[in-house]
Design a protein. Structure first.
Length: 91
């Protein structure tokens, strides 16, 4: 199976995408600002929670994008680096 990284995976479309990929057997790494929402997501997906990883990151901040805050030490070894937020241009 694959490892999918989704920024903004605790709400809206990102949440729906994360659940879809989990239902297909993939591992999902969700990036978000609120650790409470990350834990709520893991609880909501039940048994699939073992394949759901939450990383706290505020990618709306230029400094966090430039620093590469989502470092190898903070992500599963098989997960690709995550530094962009498609769909967030102009915000």
């Amino acid at each position: 199976m694959r490892t999918i990284v989704i920024s903004g995976g605790t709400d809206g479309m990102g949440y729906a995408l994360a659940r879809t990929y989990l239902s297909r057997g993939d591992t999902v790494v969700i990036l978000g600002r609120d650790p409470g929402k990350g834990e709520a997501f893991r609880a909501a997906v039940g048994g699939a929670g073992e394949r759901a990883v939450f990383l706290q990151a505020d990618l709306s901040l230029v400094a966090e994008n430039r620093s590469g805050d989502v470092t190898p030490a903070r992500r599963p070894p098989e997960a690709p680096p995550a530094r962009s937020r498609p769909g967030r241009a102009g915000r």
